[in-house]
Design a protein around this ligand. Structure first.
Ligand code: SF4
Length: 114
């Protein structure tokens, strides 16, 4: 049995996930918690937020994020890939900076105009 706090909303329900019983979740107040609890043990994922270098922009770094969650185990490798990226201004919010990051199916997109 593993205990987690759900991050689905500010209520922060205390979840218990029973790995030996099909990842059955208790302590959740809604289905988001049930899904989060089971996924967190089977295949945890996170949206990656970071920055990449930009030439000719208002600042030296452009904020970016993945357009969907990627496996938590790939976050360090993904950050390493972003460290080598440099784009040129102008960039618009939502522009794709990296397509299909590490073959996850997630794109890295800009989160501001610059
Ligand atoms: S289980 Fe539902 S109500 Fe509870 S913290 Fe998660 S999202 Fe919020």
């Amino acid at each position: 049995m593993t205990e987690l706090i759900c991050i689905g909303c500010p209520r922060g329900c205390h979840l218990k996930v029973d790995e030996e019983n099909g990842y059955k979740v208790t302590g959740n107040s809604c289905l988001i918690g049930a899904e989060y609890g089971a996924n967190e043990l089977r295949n945890p994922t996170r949206v990656l937020t970071s920055t990449v270098k930009i030439k000719g922009g208002l600042h030296d770094c452009l904020p970016v994020k993945t357009n969907k969650p990627i496996p938590k185990g790939l976050l360090i490798e993904a950050m390493g890939q972003l460290r080598n990226i440099e784009v040129s201004s102008p960039v618009k919010t939502g522009d794709v900076i990296v397509e299909n990051l590490l073959n996850t199916g997630a794109d890295v997109i800009a989160t501001r105009n610059m």
